[in-house]
Design a protein around this ligand. Sequence first.
Ligand SMILES: Cc1cc2nc3c(=O)[nH]c(=O)nc-3n(C[C@H](O)[C@H](O)[C@H](O)COP(=O)(O)OP(=O)(O)OC[C@H]3O[C@@H](n4cnc5c(N)ncnc54)[C@H](O)[C@@H]3O)c2cc1C
Length: 353
Amino acid sequence: MGGLIRSNIPKFRLPPEVIDEEFDVIVEQGAKLHLNHPIESMKDLLAEDYDAIFVGTGAPKGRELDLPGRYDTDQIFVGIAWLESVAFEHIESVGERVLIIGGGNTAMDCCRTSLRLGGKEVKVLYRGTRDRMKSSDWELEPALEEDVELILNHSPEEYIVEEGKLVGMKFSVLEWHKDKNGKLKSTKKDEVIIPCDTVILAIGQENSFPWVERDIGLDFDEWEVPHVDPITYESTLSGVFFGGDSAFGPKNIIEAVEHGHQAAISIHKYCHNDSLTDRLPYGMNLVTAKMGIHEWTYSNDYGYENRFEVPTVPMENRFKDINIEVELGYEPGQFKKEVERCLNCDIQTDFVA
Ligand SMILES: Cc1cc2nc3c(=O)[nH]c(=O)nc-3n(C[C@H](O)[C@H](O)[C@H](O)COP(=O)(O)OP(=O)(O)OC[C@H]3O[C@@H](n4cnc5c(N)ncnc54)[C@H](O)[C@@H]3O)c2cc1C
């Protein structure tokens, strides 16, 4: 159980024990789990006559880069599938010279994972400039700190394979400028071959719904993304709701949780025949439950200091084992100050089922 959270976010960033603990809190409230139970037909599911259905099947398909040489070797991998194989220990090593193609957070996880599996020269190649990379600073910085090389303005052209062995990759070196309409255009300046023995593709993720029949009134756009109402999370088929990466394409865990929350509100209303669009205004609409003595035993003020940097495992110890969590968490003094910065998240919310 856990999807991309478990299979793609590397253990050195998010240990499985943390995921188990979080999921257990939810499951223990009484959700009935059917594990090892893939849904193969939406039509069949609808026939089971549930009052409502929530789809949270993620965006599990990694994008391919079908250039010459792609299928002449077994040393080219699609990042998402590769990370999953690493998580489930089907892959335990990588070549010494690894090229990661892409500029997003998946590329950052692939390069840092490669370092932990034996990669010695790990390079991330992106076709544009740094400001157009999708990776967050907090994902790129640790990768650079760990000695990953970032090569910008290189567009992949060909995998160089000799007798089934991957030996390099050819790139066009690009220069970017704006045309008279302000549109970015590239000019090829050069061509280079970078030697390597593994290539990992991290150029995007897509939705995939082979199990949803197209004649049931559930509409998709040209990229396989369902038409989902951004307020109610209902699809074009009444009573079928979507959330997480499956709803609007790949995002992140916090957004997936928020989608689930909003869809749950809709499903509650749907089951009570209430209007789905009649809901509280978006934003903060909770009132503090702190009363009496707690008002002065707790601090109610927000601290306006900047976020503290989380202490990390020293570099020389990071690569000994892929399971070593890099971020150590705050020390007691920092933790207290950091808590003051937040919107009273120190209060444990109780849910009553
Ligand atoms: C490499 C990588 C790193 C990431 N790092 C971060 C990060 O650090 N922080 C962050 O917030 N987000 C991160 N994300 C994004 C985050 O993982 C996703 O946004 C989040 O997991 C989406 O949650 P979800 O529940 O929508 O889908 P998923 O987590 O993908 O879960 C979908 C579940 O549905 C199941 N499923 C699929 N099809 C079927 C079917 N037909 N029948 C039954 N079950 C099915 C799958 O097995 C899976 O369990 C990362 C993503 C990637 C690829």
